[in-house]
Design a protein around this ligand. Sequence first.
Ligand code: DMJ
Length: 668
Amino acid sequence: MYSALPPPQRRDFISVTLSPGEAAGGYNNSKAWRRRSCWRKWKQLSRLQRSVILFLFAFLAVCGVISYTNMGEQWKSLTNKSSEDLKPEPEIPGLKPANPAVLPAPQKADANLGDYQELSPQKHPKPLHVRRGPPNLQIRPPRREARLQTQDDAGRAKEEPHPADKEEKTEKSVISWRGAVIEPDQSTEPPSSKIKEPEKPSSLEGEDQKEPVPINERQMAVIEAFRHAWKGYKEFAWGHDELKPLSKSYSEWFGLGLTLIDALDTMWILGLKEEFEEARKWVATDLLFDKNVDVNLFESTIRILGGLLSTYHLSGDSLFLEKAKDIGNRLMPAFNTPSKIPYSDVNIGRGTAHPPRWTSDSTVAEVTSIQLEFRELSRLTGDEKFKKAVDEVMKHVHALSGKNDGLVPMFINTNSGQFTHLGVYTLGARADSYYEYLLKQWIQGGKQENELLEDYMRAIEGVKKHLLQRSQPKKLTFVGEFAHGHFSAKMDHLVCFLPGTLALGAHNGLTADHMELAKALIETCYQMYAQVETGLSPEIVHFNLHAQKGHKDVEIKPADRHNLLRPETVESLFYLYRFTGDKKYQDWGWEILQNFNKYTRVPTGGYTSINNVQNPSNPEPRDKMESFFLGETLKYMFLLFSDDVDLINLDKYVFNTEAHPLPIWAPA
Ligand code: DMJ
């Protein structure tokens, strides 16, 4: 019998066996029988017994009514209280951000509360607030109104956990560079390779409610410079890629409003809400990616995808995430190559990709400096395909032969997947951000992906072994190039990202000598400005290896004496100032800003690249303002002059190579 029965489908079933009599008896019959027997029993009781029972019933009924009324009162007050807790904070006039941020979902606050209680049951649970108005930023818009809001928040802040409690939580992962070799924190679980749930923008996760540091005069000067640049762009190039400030027109590269998108998060950080609002409207109505246009994968990733993602994080406005998803998807055909090393160009309207016309190579920097953005896009959308595609590139390059002590050649073939043009090693154009992204991906992923760290550490050793030299007469440490067995004392201005990256690594627990090297190199980058007639660096310098009377350390060839308003030196000054607090870095940045104002500012609006940094009386304006001047150079200037470490906190954000801050993922 048992074996003939089908196996139970679920473990929690209940079987009831009815006896034939019960089954046949029927429900009504048995109920009537029970009624009759109760009545008979009641009749058999004495009068006293009946009275006692009736009295007990009456007493219980009265008690029941009283306790019901009390519970009702309590319940009413409880529900009133919780709905007050959930009521949005009163809005403070003038404090609304340019775009109201997406409000945090109440259940998210609940979830946080749960985590918090679980982690530290001895601490008071955080009160549940659903905030309106400006998003609770880890960066705070540096505005006067923001300060007013913080005063208003003061009472509320009392209810927040003590900052020391928070420090206690983060202490483990923040390791100072000071003091020899410091092991990175490896105590947390490796990040899951599977993306599970879409993430929320980081603006909604901030806890900080400290008093914002007031902006100072130098920061005001940056705001003024930005406004001047923006005035030119708005008047003569609105919605186009780049401003041509002298001819009062514009140039088109992708036809996607490159300057506007690159500048979005800078406006947010500088607190320029009117400008931000106007630009946001353009993104909402005019930024359309359904265009038959070829874009460069790397440039559109770092500027457009990166700019949209960081603006989404800072503002909490889902418009930017929607646009980021759109462009991200349209760039994916680039990865359809035999080797999975992406092509350099994609037609975002047609969904086709191809290498440049003259070669099937991509540059190494291009294919290895799109990872921060695509990985973040996967995290936000829950769609793994973006991360998978770019991680595959990194894994492939990690395993590839042809490196020289961790230094990579400049080109990689999209068919074979092999490095090409072997034998030339530089930290400048075509390789630069490969090194930068090794470190930054490692930081982004919570310092768990050891291959990235390995490659980075090996590469820096390679730099020390093959590319470092000292100039004469000032003995400046510089990074040259190595071509087919020969050292060349040539250094691109692009290489000046390196001091900042080294300092960031040291701050994240890598060896203290990286910080020493960073300090030496930033001095050199500063000298690339200071030793030049206009106080502005050329695109490329050659260092003197031998002392010669009347010669400076820095030599400039006629073809290299242009300046494109590039950010790398100010970028590194910012990192160095953040991590050392040495004011000289701010002073150097201030000199550079003044020289930009002196030689590149166009009176009718905008700034221009120049052709000759050696001729103060005629620096030969080139009539072009690159989008990175607003996206990077002015943003890093503003951050450099700030003393507020929470204005883009470097333990919470990592900048992409176009200065767009993306959140560091919490360890799994
Ligand atoms: C920017 O687009 C990025 O910083 C890139 O990594 C290098 N070139 C420019 C700025 O110089």
